[in-house]
Design a protein around this ligand. Structure first.
Ligand SMILES: Nc1ncnc2c1ncn2[C@@H]1O[C@H](COP(=O)(O)OP(=O)(O)OP(=O)(O)O)[C@@H](O)[C@H]1O
Ligand SMILES: [Mg+2]
Length: 484
């Protein structure tokens, strides 16, 4: 297969490879060169590699594509395909008398395998466990989030064409494609990572790809205590909340750790409870044996076959659940989740996007109003108060650290207003020279939370009281700096 003729000739880099991929033997949309080829031909230094490296890679890549039988390769498993490519590349290197160090040769083999079989320049990032998010803004700009901080990497794609090919390869796994007529797509990598792709003309500077890396080993509450996300007493309170079947909403901004926290709370559910989870992309990892996992489905290319979160949650109710867990509540399913919470499915949980417990409530109200339920706002508020027990607020602070900033109870309504009661809050005390925020979790002094009776019913009241007490002591000790 010839290199793509449409690749801008001014670019001294390798030609866009034909889509030499198992699942997508035909090149998808001919990658359109951006209207004005980006003025990057000045050749920014890529990674730390020399131009010769890239030239050699281009030569070897073209020879490989000529030599290899792609349809045969498609039938092999990844490991054998890699071996096959290795053999051929080694042969080409010796035939063409290419001079390379062993290390360079290894790099080259990896690069080529990644291009042919995997996700090209993304592979090294995907292989790293310490990365939370990968954000690709066009071929030349790749950011990652590590330890809560966003940083730019020196990863580059050859051009937007290669990037688009990789996007295509990712979404083809769920039977979709991205192009001008359907430029937005959510997908998942085989390892469970969540992917969003948006391509030109909507994404103006080239395809934008966002990956939330799937963490196999989800954080536990103990680890969160180590990281300072929550204090030990706060963690015990959360444990009691999970165990005593409170209905919980976890609220927080993007990437604040909502899903991680939800996953933590589910660990305290009894083994014998029947749990049904509804998610857009399965991220939760419940330990309990009696769990049914459900996932929504986006519409197919013809716009058919969509199964919404609302449909899933409604269906859940016919599956005799004891607890319903909704990965992310963002629409009219809020109504069904509240109803479920209200009708004997105690201990149901969900996350939603909001910046404070109060805002979480108005978001829920908004979702129900927008869902066309035509209920007076007073009724919606009463419904909210009679169903939700606790709101846990997560936040990503400006230093990149994640904190649980509120454990708040929903108490009742006063007139039209929902009454909230903070049990536990995080207070920022200061910032050190490195910009790290210091603060502390403290109890607000409430000795008998509204869910006390519930905790007692599940024999958890002693632990609850002890945790609240311990947190109190801390408060008194430090009270001088806070004026009580
Ligand atoms: N307490 C924590 N300390 C350190 N890292 C955390 C903590 N909580 C979550 N993370 C990491 O932050 C990233 C985002 O977490 P998570 O997926 O739970 O966020 P989210 O709020 O659900 O995001 P989204 O809004 O995109 O659904 C993950 O990589 C996760 O491992
Ligand atoms: Mg989430």
């Amino acid at each position: 297969m010839p290199p793509q003729a449409s690749a801008p000739q001014t670019q001294p880099t390798a030609p866009t490879p034909p889509v030499a991929h198992a699942e997508a033997p035909k090149p998808p949309v001919p990658p359109k060169p951006p209207k004005a080829p980006p003025a990057r031909s000045e050749r920014r230094e890529r990674a730390s590699r020399s131009e010769e490296y890239y030239d050699t890679k281009t030569t070897i890549f073209s020879a490989l594509i000529d030599a290899i039988d792609l349809s045969q390769l498609a039938k092999m498993d990844a490991e054998s395909a890699r071996d096959e490519i290795r053999d051929i590349v080694n042969e080409i290197i010796s035939l063409k008398n290419v001079v390379m160090s062993i290390a360079e040769q290894e790099d080259l083999l990896d690069d080529i395998c990644n291009d042919v079989l995997g996700y090209g320049p993304l592979e090294p990032l995907l292989a790293r466990d310490d990365i939370a998010d990968i954000m690709v803004n066009g071929a030349d700009t790749v950011y990652i989030e590590v330890s809560g901080k966003i940083e730019q990497t020196n990863v580059h794609f050859r051009d937007n064409g290669q990037l688009l090919n990789i996007c295509q390869r990712i979404v083809s796994q769920i039977g979709r494609r991205v192009d001008e007529s359907s430029p937005i797509c959510d997908a998942r990598l085989p390892d469970g990572s969540r992917v969003n792709v948006i391509v030109p003309p909507l994404a103006i500077d080239g395809p934008a790809l966002t990956i939330r890396k799937f963490k196999k080993d989800k954080l536990t509450l103990e680890q969160m205590v180590q990281f300072g996300t929550i204090s030990p007493e706060g963690a015990t309170i959360l444990e009691v909340i999970g165990r005593s079947r409170c209905n919980v909403v976890i609220s927080g901004g993007t990437g604040s750790g909502k899903t991680t926290l939800l996953n933590c709370l589910t660990r305290y559910i009894d083994e014998d409870e029947r749990i049904i989870t509804c998610e857009d992309a399965a991220e939760l990892q419940l330990q309990q044996p009696h769990t049914v996992r459900l996932e929504t489905r986006p519409p197919n290319l013809e716009g058919e076959g969509e199964v919404t979160m609302r449909e899933l949650v409604k269906n859940c109710l016919r599956m005799r659940p004891e607890r319903i867990i909704v990965g992310e509540v963002r629409g009219p399913e809020a109504f069904d989740l509240l109803q479920a919470m209200n009708t004997g499915h105690d201990g149901s949980m969900g996350t939603l996007h909001a910046n404070s417990p109060r805002e979480a409530l108005s978001r829920i109200e908004g979702m129900i109003t927008m869902g066309g339920f035509n209920l007076p706002s007073r009724t919606i508020r009463e419904m909210i108060t009679s169903s939700i027990d606790v709101i846990v607020q997560a936040a990503r602070l400006r230093d990149g650290s994640r904190r649980i900033t509120h454990i708040t109870e929903v108490i009742g309504t006063e007139g039209e207003i929902i009454t909230l009661q903070d049990l536990f809050v995080y207070e920022i005390v200061g910032e050190d020279a490195n910009g790290n925020i210091s603060g502390r979790h403290r109890s607000t002094g409430i000795a008998r939370p509204a869910f006390w009776d519930r905790a007692r019913y599940y024999n958890e009241e002693h632990r609850l009281a002890a945790a609240l007490d311990a947190a109190e002591v801390e408060d008194v000790e430090g009270s001088d700096s806070f004026g009580g």
